[in-house]
Write a protein that binds this ligand. Structure first.
Ligand code: GDP
Length: 197
């Protein structure tokens, strides 16, 4: 699925711009700089699909990508960046709330968390929202090549503990590194399971 054609569809800043919900969707969310663009690029095998940026909080859009008319990947704007002005944060929050609540075709959300930092309070807020909206989500730990392996195991254990409070969560986080290709194949296979035949 992912080795074939993946095309950028559109970027949305408002609900009325969202495309018709006619295909299954998998969304990606996480704090700014968590490695979301890198992960989407690693998954799709395209270097420039999601723009890698060292300017956290710059992208305020929901971006849609489509695979062969079978599945859509949704790149949500990063959150938790302190320097973003409050009106922007409020606009973001509203768009995310609206998208998550009303999207029947949304099958899974991948919640990216940096494997050096673990679950932060801004992640907890999103998890509460996902529970309320009954959006099935899995934590994807990113940049697992950075900490020592023992440290990653500690974060995995702490994450599993934190996820017990969240009924919408898949209990086990997935450990990934876009840089080393760790966990990418597994994630691809899992997401392909949500695609139309
Ligand atoms: P985004 O803001 O969430 O889209 O994050 P980016 O994909 O732009 O990545 C933020 C920074 O983390 C960049 O400097 C990336 O090179 C770095 N990064 C992303 N993924 C990895 C990874 O798997 N390993 C390492 N070591 N660095 C990564």
């Amino acid at each position: 699925l992912f080795a074939r054609e993946c095309t950028f569809m559109l970027g949305c800043v408002a609900m009325k711009q969202l495309p018709e919900p006619i295909l299954p969707e998998v969304a990606f969310a996480g704090r700014s700089n968590v490695g979301k663009s890198s992960l989407i690029n690693a998954l799709t095998g395209r270097k420039t699909l999601a723009r890698t940026s060292n300017t956290p909080g710059r992208t305020r859009e929901i971006n849609f990508f489509e695979f062969e008319g079978r599945l859509r990947l949704i790149d949500m704007p990063g959150y938790g960046y302190a320097k973003v002005p409050k009106p922007m944060v409020d606009g973001w929050t509203q768009l995310i709330h609206d998208y998550l609540r009303g999207r029947a075709v949304l099958r899974r959300l991948c919640l990216l968390i940096d494997s050096r930092h673990g679950v932060k309070s801004s992640d907890e807020q999103i998890m509460d929202l996902l529970d309320k909206a009954a959006v099935n989500f899995r934590v994807v730990l990113t940049k697992a090549d950075k900490p020592k392996s023992g440290e990653v195991q500690k974060i995995v254990a702490a994450t599993i503990e934190a996820l017990k409070k969240h009924p919408a969560a898949v209990p086990q986080p997935l450990v990934t590194s876009s840089e080393k290709g760790l966990g990418i194949q597994e994630l691809r296979a899992e997401l392909a399971g949500f695609a139309e035949p």
